[in-house]
Design a protein around this ligand. Sequence first.
Ligand SMILES: [Zn+2]
Ligand SMILES: [Zn+2]
Ligand SMILES: [Zn+2]
Ligand SMILES: [Zn+2]
Ligand SMILES: [Zn+2]
Ligand SMILES: [Zn+2]
Ligand SMILES: [Zn+2]
Length: 336
Amino acid sequence: MNMTRPSQPLCRGCGQSINGYYLSALGAAWHPEHFVCATCHQPINNTQVNVREGKPYHTQCYRDRFDPRCAYCHKPITTQYYTHNGASYHLECYQEHIGPRCQYCHKPILGQYYTHEGAFYHSECYRDHVVPRCAYCGKPLMSEYLVDHWGTKYCKEHQGQYPTCAFCGRLVPPQQQDPQSSEHVRCPICRASAVESLPQARAIFQGLMQQLNAQGLQFNNIPLQIELVDRARLAQLLNGRSGVDALGVTTHSTHMLNGQVVRTEVNGIAVLRGLPSTLFRGVCVHELGHAWLTLQGIRGLPSWAEEGFCESCLSYWKLLRHIAEELADGTTMMQA
Ligand SMILES: [Zn+2]
Ligand SMILES: [Zn+2]
Ligand SMILES: [Zn+2]
Ligand SMILES: [Zn+2]
Ligand SMILES: [Zn+2]
Ligand SMILES: [Zn+2]
Ligand SMILES: [Zn+2]
């Protein structure tokens, strides 16, 4: 851009001849006041001119118009920037507003991250707070691990290393084993619901009797007793029988006359002490089936028929209980 002495050139801006000093730029002459910025239309009278597609701009006007703009704050980007899905962002705008945030600490993620169930995590947040931990030894389960029926997650190596609960099949690590019970390996959950005391057993038993009575399984108003027994006593009562009855048995009193058995009466059931309450209920209902058959004078059935009847009682009772629970839940039952 030069100021040149006149020889009557024409101004590119207004088309009029120029008397006096003129300005030579972009291969033409201009009245100094007509060489204006294409953005703000103010004269450009310093020596720095930015040209784009044949049009002049102030440096600042040029930047405002042509520098990349941040897709978040819409201000020009002059230094480092970040592109994401074809849009450009200030580094800070991207980190604070666009980029992934750690689902655990909610801070922006700048470097490496982990994705888990559709969420992003800092590697450390993931390792220290998110990754599931072994239910038994507490180690983070970063690679392969096992999950049991109840959703318990644990290291592969514990399978076969720990015994399983005799009632539910869960693994029982040494620190969870029952110091009091040598009879069976029992997990803490089964232990927590275990029926250990006679008052506890009686309360459940009375409730079951009422439910069965309500379903028409009458026990002739005979006050049946519930007994909790250990394995040795149960084996004695079972007298060599085993199978489905292995956790409970009906008890009888025998009336003798002159050393002869004249009458045998069923007077209750005996159940292994320490069963989880769900199992305890099941055993009670099954044994009450036997008691009912005896009270009805139905004897001499083949064992498959008698056991089948008792298991049907149990299935029927489970079904009723399931329906009762669903009704209590407010879930609608579909009529089949
Ligand atoms: Zn002019
Ligand atoms: Zn301008
Ligand atoms: Zn921005
Ligand atoms: Zn984090
Ligand atoms: Zn483990
Ligand atoms: Zn268990
Ligand atoms: Zn049976």
